[in-house]
Design a protein around this ligand. Structure first.
Ligand code: SF4
Length: 305
């Protein structure tokens, strides 16, 4: 048995014995996905974890995802497998900066991408995911919207909502903005028959060139269901590998070799094992007042979506 398979077996045995559920975001490595109970996008994982029977949860992802899981399942012990795994975009704005923005735009409804810290969510009116944003924003009565923190996702949604007055703030995912128009031109030249599928966190000039724009799950579903055989993938590069595993009869190419999220890659199998052995990870705690206030923005997302 390889060292990886032996560690995976230890994890699977311990997780059963100690009543743990393992959540893995799609950007995790294949060896982590193999030991997970649930794999998916960030909000979908937190939502599904609510219905899992286990008392303990390990999030293999980044900090805001573990916070959202704790927010929705306060009775569970939620652990972030590697405490250094943060999301630079979720942490770009802090409480004081957003408070100042709200003073600059009084009367605006504050809409936050789910990729925000729990503390920031306490100041927001409603959360959105990349796939639910248009529906939710169009269901908001107010015409004036302050969208945080990703100006690229915000810009993409703004174009689909011309009836709204959407203010964007400068910010975004440092991983997705690495992909440029030059990368698109180069990839199209190398793979003229491939469809270009990109995430809306990409730069506007990149999304403008795409054949399909959608969430990570959306991209994966599109590629699996499409009759086409070749795809250029404009999101975190682990998706290229996962799709190649899932669809061996199709070809997948990375739009850029640089589209790697080092925070998502911080988690290893050994980190997961250490959480189960009680000698690693970080248990997420949220002040009850913060949890309840932040949760309101998610409840509003469910109501409007
Ligand atoms: S890919 Fe971007 S949004 Fe996702 S965790 Fe990494 S930095 Fe954050």
């Amino acid at each position: 048995m390889s060292a990886i398979a032996a560690t995976q077996k230890q994890i699977l045995d311990l997780k059963k014995e100690k009543d743990f559920c393992i959540l893995a975001h799609c950007y995790q490595s294949e060896e982590i996905l193999e030991i997970a109970d649930l794999v998916g996008d960030s909000y979908a994982l937190s939502k599904k974890a609510m219905d899992m029977p286990q008392k303990n949860v390990i999030m293999c992802g980044v900090r805001f995802m573990a916070e959202t899981t704790k927010m929705l399942s306060p009775e569970k012990h939620v652990f972030l497998s590697n405490p250094v795994a943060g999301c630079p975009m979720a942490e770009q704005l802090d409480y004081d900066m957003l408070s100042q923005l709200k003073e600059m735009y009084p009367g605006y409804t504050v809409v936050a991408y789910i990729n925000t810290t729990a503390e920031l969510k306490t100041l927001c009116d409603v959360c959105v995911t990349s796939s639910s944003a248009v529906k939710i924003i169009s269901n908001i009565e107010n015409k004036d919207i302050l969208f945080i923190p990703d100006c690229n996702l915000g810009d993409y949604k703004k174009k689909q909502l011309p009836e709204k007055n959407i203010k964007l703030v400068h910010g975004g995912c440092p991983t997705h903005v690495r992909m440029s128009l030059k990368d698109v031109e180069r990839a199209r030249k190398l793979h003229p028959n491939a469809l270009l599928l990109v995430h809306p966190e990409c730069l506007p000039e990149v999304t403008a060139e795409a054949d399909y724009v959608g969430s990570t799950t959306g991209i994966m579903d599109f590629a699996k269901e499409s009759a086409q055989k070749e795809f250029i993938i404009g999101t975190e590069n682990s998706i290229v590998q996962h799709l190649q595993f899932a669809c061996p009869d199709k070809e997948f190419y990375a739009l850029s070799k640089d589209c790697v999220c080092h925070n998502m890659k911080a988690t290893t199998l050994v980190d997961v094992l250490h959480v189960l052995q009680g000698r690693g990870g970080e248990e997420i705690t949220l002040d009850e007042e913060i949890r309840l206030k932040a949760k309101r923005s998610i409840e509003e997302m469910i109501r409007l979506g």
